[in-house]
Design a protein around this ligand. Structure first.
Ligand SMILES: [Fe+2]
Length: 214
């Protein structure tokens, strides 16, 4: 008898832990503290308020853009994706008060980046794929990545249908935009602050035929 195992369609998640980010994170927190109107946390649509319009006047946003570009290059290189013309970037923040959470959602783009400026303190590894923790355990501002295969838990008979990410300042994640994700309630008295970047890949104009519907 010949038994062959395949693992098709894995989902690539890249994490980057940037060093020495305390000054940057302090600037980012201060920016949102002074200008709370910049926070557009629920806006995941193409017409979102794009914080990158501040990149030329706010050094912290300029630096954050460079870090996100570095992150997405890591993801694309690891996935072997080449040939794109450019990448559209859309940056927005998510500033959470005590008790606030984010329900399950995905983003209408190709890739998502998340960067954490201020979070709860955690001494464990950010990601332990088989941590055995109860799916319904609330935690403190834990990012939950859900298996993109609908009802995958019915087959797996284990708890690997989701991955819990314990964020920390300076941590960035890059993953496909089709990955449904959510955030458990923030428990601290301070404002938890993260930034999300939507990456939309642009391909050479001659790579596809375009037909006008007019
Ligand atoms: Fe999101």
């Amino acid at each position: 008898m010949e038994v062959t195992n395949y693992t098709f369609f894995p989902t690539r998640v890249v994490t980057l832990q940037f060093p020495d980010t305390e000054p940057l994170n302090a600037e980012l927190c201060d920016l949102l503290e002074r200008r709370p109107e910049l926070d557009d946390r629920s806006n995941i649509h193409p017409d979102a308020l794009n914080l990158l319009r501040l990149a030329e006047t706010v050094p912290a946003i300029h630096q954050l853009r460079s870090m996100f570009i570095s992150g997405v290059k890591h993801w694309l290189n690891a996935a072997g994706i080449t040939g794109q013309d450019a990448i559209d970037l859309l940056l927005f923040s998510n500033r959470s008060g005590r008790g606030e959470s984010t329900i399950v959602h995905n983003h209408r783009t190709n890739l998502i980046g998340i960067y954490y400026a201020r979070t709860a303190v955690s001494n464990r590894q950010p990601i332990l794929p088989a941590d055995g923790e109860d799916y319904f355990e609330a935690g403190d501002g834990v990012l939950v990545l859900h298996d993109p295969r609908f009802n995958a838990n019915l087959t797996s008979v284990c708890d690997r249908d989701h991955v819990r990410v314990y964020p920390r300042p300076g941590l960035m994640l890059i993953f496909p935009a089709y990955v449904w994700h959510s955030v458990t309630p923030h428990r601290g008295e301070f404002h938890r602050l993260s930034f999300a970047m939507n990456f939309t890949l642009r391909w050479p104009a001659d790579s596809a035929e375009r037909h006008s519907l007019a």
